[in-house]
Design a protein around this ligand. Structure first.
Ligand code: UT7
Length: 320
C-alpha cells in the first residue's frame, strides 16, 4: 500500500488593480517595447489597500477548496510559501487559517523566494506520505510591489502581486499524485538577488536588488538540470511530459529552458505576459490558469519548476 499526495483542486487570486507597461512608462524611464522584448511582460497586478499576502493567499486557498469540493474544516496542514509575509511573525499561514475558519491545523510559512512553492510542495508531499497530514493547502502568495524600489527601472517593471494554491489529498494506491520532487540551494549566490534589509540586520523591511543578467544565466542552466533530475527520479523522459508549469520570470528563460530540454514551446504554460514575476505565487497561479482554461486535464503528466533568490531551485513531477 502506497500513499500519494494527489492534487484535489487548484485556485488563484489577483489584486484588483492591473497595471500595464504604458502606466509604468509614464512614471519611470522605460518603454513598453523594452519590457515586452526583454521579458515578455505586458501587465502585472498590484495590491491596493486592504489587499495583503494573507488575504490573497486565503482567497486562492478558498478557490482551490471550492474546486476540490473539500470543506475548509478538513484541512490539517497549511504551508504558505512567501518572501513578503504580512508581518515578520506570526506566520501568514496562521492568518490564512483564521480567515478560512479552521480551528486547528498545522500552519507555517516557507521562505525560499521564487522557489518557495516547490519547497512547500515537497514538504507537504513528505508529510502526507509519512502519515503526518491528510489534506494540505499548499499556497504561494506574494506582494512584491511592497518591497520594490519603484525608482529602479531594472527591477520594478519585472514583478507583480498574486497568489495560487493547491489542495493535496492523501490517496492510497493512486496512479495520480506527486511522483518526485528535487530541491537545491547554493547560498554563495546570495548577493545576486536579495533584499537589502531585514529584522536582524537593518531592522527595516528593505528593497529588492537583483543582478538580472547573472541570474538569467544561472536560471537556464539550473532549471534545465533540475527538470532532467526530477524526470529521472520519476522514471520518465521529456517525451512523457504533457505540460511544464514553470516559474514565470522571463519569457526568454522559458524559451531557452524548453530548447535545452528539447521540449516543444506548445507544452510550456506561459502567464508571465499578464502576471509578470509573482515569485512564489507564479507556479500555482499558472497551474490554476491552465487547469481552468482546459489545457491541463486529469491524468496529464505535469512538471513544475522554479528558481530564485538564494539561489534556490527545484522541480516536481506529478500526474494531475
Ligand atoms: O524570479 C527570480 C529569477 N529572476 C530572473 O530570472 C530574472 C532574470 N533576468 C532577466 O530576466 C533579465 O536579465 C532582465 C529582464 C532583468 C534584464 O534583461 P537583459 O537583457 O539581461 O538586460 P540588461 O540587464 O543587460 O540591460 C540592458 C540595458 C541596460 O542598458 P545599457 O547598460 O546597455 O545602456 C539597462 O540599463 O537595458 C537597460 N534597462 C532598461 N531599459 C529600459 C534595464 N531595465 C530597463 C527598463 N527599461 N526597465
Amino acid at each position: 500500500m502506497t500513499i500519494r499526495a494527489v492534487v484535489a483542486g487548484v485556485g488563484s487570486a489577483l489584486p484588483k488593480r492591473r497595471v500595464d507597461n504604458a502606466e509604468l512608462a509614464a512614471q519611470i524611464a522605460t518603454t513598453d517595447e523594452w519590457i515586452v522584448e526583454r521579458t515578455g511582460i505586458r501587465t502585472r497586478y498590484i495590491a491596493g489597500e486592504g489587499e495583503t499576502t494573507a488575504t490573497l493567499a486565503a482567497e486562492a486557498a478558498q478557490a482551490a477548496l471550492d474546486h476540490a469540493g473539500i470543506a475548509a474544516a478538513q484541512v490539517d496542514l497549511i504551508i504558505l510559501a512567501t518572501a513578503t509575509p504580512d508581518q515578520t511573525f506570526p506566520a501568514s499561514a496562521t492568518k490564512v487559517q483564521t480567515i478560512l475558519g479552521i480551528p486547528d491545523c498545522i500552519a507555517f510559512d516557507v521562505a525560499a523566494v521564487c522557489s518557495g512553492f516547490l519547497y512547500a510542495l515537497s514538504v507537504a508531499d513528505a508529510m502526507i506520505r509519512s502519515g503526518g497530514a491528510n489534506t494540505a493547502l499548499v499556497i504561494g502568495a506574494e506582494t512584491f510591489s511592497r518591497i520594490l524600489d519603484w525608482e529602479d527601472r531594472t527591477t520594478c517593471v519585472l514583478f507583480g502581486d498574486g497568489a495560487g494554491a493547491i489542495v493535496l489529498r492523501a490517496e492510497q494506491d493512486s496512479d495520480r499524485g506527486i511522483l518526485a520532487t528535487k530541491l537545491h540551494a547554493d547560498g554563495r549566490y546570495n548577493d545576486l538577488l536579495y533584499v537589502d534589509g531585514g529584522p536582524s540586520t537593518t531592522g527595516t523591511v528593505g528593497k529588492l536588488r537583483m543582478k538580472g543578467r547573472e541570474v538569467f544565466r544561472h536560471a537556464v542552466t539550473n532549471l534545465a538540470a533540475v527538470l532532467g533530475e526530477v524526470l529521472d527520479a520519476a522514471g520518465l523522459t521529456a517525451a512523457d511530459v504533457d505540460w511544464v508549469v514553470p516559474h514565470q520570470a522571463n519569457a526568454r528563460i522559458l524559451d531557452a529552458t524548453a530548447k535545452k530540454l528539447g521540449l516543444s514551446p506548445d507544452k510550456i504554460i506561459v502567464t508571465v505576459d499578464r502576471h509578470a514575476n509573482t515569485s512564489a505565487a507564479s507556479v500555482p497561479l499558472a497551474f490554476d490558469v491552465a487547469v481552468k482554461d482546459g489545457r491541463i486535464k486529469r491524468g496529464d503528466l505535469v512538471v513544475l519548476e522554479a528558481m530564485g533568490g538564494g539561489f534556490t531551485w527545484g522541480a516536481a513531477a506529478l500526474r494531475y
